[in-house]
Design a protein around this ligand. Structure first.
Ligand code: PMP
Length: 408
C-alpha cells in the first residue's frame, strides 16, 4: 500500500464508512456485488435530476444529451474490453440476461445430438440457459470436470473436444472460489474444432485487464454491478458474425427498421439486440465506473488485490479446522476465497461473522454442481475489491477466531 494512496480510493465508497452497531462495516462480499464509489452515484443522480429523457427517440435537447451519454458509454465499454467496434457492445440488464440472449438466439442453429461443453464450476447463469437450449433442441450438455484442486481438468477438456462440440461455455473466473481459467488457450482449442465460445466474465472484469480480441471468443458477458457500477446493466460482447447469428430474444421498439402487418424488418447491430427502453441511468453509472477505474493505477491495484488474496489465504491456512476450496497451484486466485469451518453450517458461520460487522457470503454460490463435485452442501466465501485492505482481512480472521471459539 505504500506505493499509492489506497485510503484515498477507499474513502470514495460511502457505504464502507458506516458502522454496524458497535462495529465498522467489514465488507468481504464484493463478488456478490461491489460497493459503488460516489462518482457513480452522482452520475446517476445527475442524469435523473437534469438529463432524464429516453434515448434515440426525440428531437429535443434532453433526449440528445441522454442519447449522447448512453452512446459514449458504449464506446467506453468498447475500449474497456478492447472490442473492435461499438456495434459489438450490446447493453443488457446483466450477465444472466446476456447468456440467455445467446442461448435463445442460437436455438435455430442447434439440433438433436449437438454437444455443448460447460464449465462444471460455472455459475448457474452459465449452466441453466444451456440446459434449456438442450431441452428445446435435443442437444446435450456435457460438464467439463474439475481436477483435485477444484480447477478445470484440462486433459479431460482436450478429450471432450474430440466430440466436436458446437459450443463451449466457460467462466473466466469462478464466483465461488476465485479460480481462473486459461480461457485464451481453451478458446484457441475450441476454435480449432469449430466450436462457438462464450466466456462469463462477471468475476473477471473488475480484477483483470480483459482483451476480448486477444481471448478470441465469440461472446463475452459481464455485469456492471460487480465492477463498481450499478445493478440493472450488463454487457453482451460478440464477434460481429456471432452477434449476427442471434435471433433477437426480445422484439419490439428500438430494434426494428420497419413494422407493418405484412411483415417487419429488424435494424442493424447493436440496436437489433436492444429492444425497449434500456436502463439508461444504469448505463450512465457504468460509464462513470469505467472512468473511475481507468483513472486508477491499474498495475498497482492488481498487485494490491493479489497481495491481499495471498494474505487472506495465508492467514486462513494458519487457523485449524478450516478447509479451503479451489486454491490454485500458483495461489493465483482472483478476488475470492472459499472455505468451511469444520462441519459447521456456512450459514451459522456467516451469521456469527455478521454479528461482528463482517459481511461474507455463505451458500452454494449459485454453483450447485461445483458443490456436488467438492462433496459439500455449501461454503463460506470472503471476497475483496479495490477498496479492501489488510485491516479487513485482519478483522475477518479475528472474527472467525471468535466464531471458532463459539462453535467448536
Ligand atoms: N456469472 C458469474 C460468474 C457470477 O458471479 C454472477 C453473479 N453472481 C453471474 C454470472 C450472474 O450475474 P447477474 O446476477 O448480474 O446476472
Amino acid at each position: 500500500d505504500s506505493q499509492f494512496d489506497h485510503q484515498a480510493i477507499r474513502s470514495q465508497f460511502p457505504a464502507l464508512q458506516q458502522q454496524l452497531g458497535d462495529n465498522p462495516l467489514c465488507y468481504l462480499d464484493t463478488a456478490a456485488t461491489s460497493q459503488k464509489p460516489q462518482c457513480v452515484i452522482d452520475a446517476m443522480n445527475h442524469y435523473y435530476r437534469l438529463d432524464n429523457a429516453n434515448v434515440h427517440r426525440a428531437a429535443h435537447q434532453l433526449a440528445a444529451r441522454a442519447t449522447l451519454q448512453y452512446e459514449q458509454v458504449r464506446a467506453q465499454v468498447q475500449g474497456f474490453i478492447n472490442a473492435a467496434s461499438t456495434q459489438q457492445v450490446i447493453f443488457t440488464h446483466g450477465t444472466t440476461e446476456s447468456i440467455n440472449m445467446v442461448a435463445h438466439g442460437l436455438t435455430d442453429l442447434f439440433k438433436a445430438g449437438d454437444v455443448i461443453l460447460v464449465d462444471s464450476a460455472a455459475h448457474h447463469a452459465n449452466i441453466v440457459p444451456w440446459q434449456a437450449l438442450a431441452q428445446r433442441t435435443g442437444a446435450k450438455v456435457i460438464p467439463i470436470p474439475l481436477d483435485a484442486n477444484g480447477c478445470l481438468n484440462l486433459s479431460a477438456y482436450d478429450a471432450l473436444l474430440t466430440q466436436v462440440p458446437k459450443l463451449v461455455a466457460l467462466s473466466h473466473v469462478t464466483n465461488a472460489m476465485g479460480t481462473i481459467n486459461p480461457v485464451k488457450a481453451m478458446v484457441a482449442k475450441a476454435n480449432n474444432v469449430g466450436a462457438m465460445t462464450l466466456i462469463d466474465g462477471a468475476q473477471a472484469v473488475a480484477h483483470l485487464n480483459v482483451d476480448v480480441q486477444a481471448i478470441d471468443c465469440d461472446y463475452y458477458v459481464f455485469s456492471g454491478h460487480k465492477m463498481y457500477g450499478p445493478t440493472g446493466v450488463g454487457i453482451l460482447y460478440g464477434k460481429l458474425d456471432a452477434l449476427e447469428k442471434l435471433t433477437p430474444m426480445l422484439t419490439g421498439g428500438e430494434m426494428i427498421k420497419t413494422v407493418s402487418f405484412e411483415g417487419t424488418s429488424y435494424t442493424e447491430l447493436p440496436n437489433r439486440l436492444e429492444a425497449g427502453t434500456p436502463a439508461i441511468s444504469a448505463v450512465i453509472g457504468l460509464g462513470a465506473a469505467i472512468t473511475f477505474l481507468s483513472e486508477l493505477p491499474q498495475a498497482l491495484i492488481h498487485q494490491h488485490e493479489q497481495q491481499l488474496i495471498g494474505y487472506l489465504q495465508q492467514q486462513l491456512s494458519q487457523l485449524s479446522d478450516i478447509s479451503v476450496y479451489g486454491v490454485t497451484p500458483n495461489n493465483d486466485n482472483i478476488g475470492a476465497v472459499a472455505f468451511n469451518l469444520a462441519d459447521e453450517h456456512h450459514q451459522d458461520v456467516g451469521i456469527l461473522l455478521d454479528q461482528q460487522g463482517v459481511a461474507i457470503r455463505g451458500g452454494h454460490h449459485c454453483a450447485m454442481p461445483l458443490m456436488q463435485s467438492l462433496q459439500i452442501k455449501g461454503c463460506c466465501r470472503a471476497s475483496i475489491g479495490i477498496y479492501s485492505n489488510q485491516q479487513d482481512v485482519d478483522r475477518f480472521i479475528h472474527a472467525l477466531t471468535e466464531v471458532k471459539s463459539i462453535l467448536l
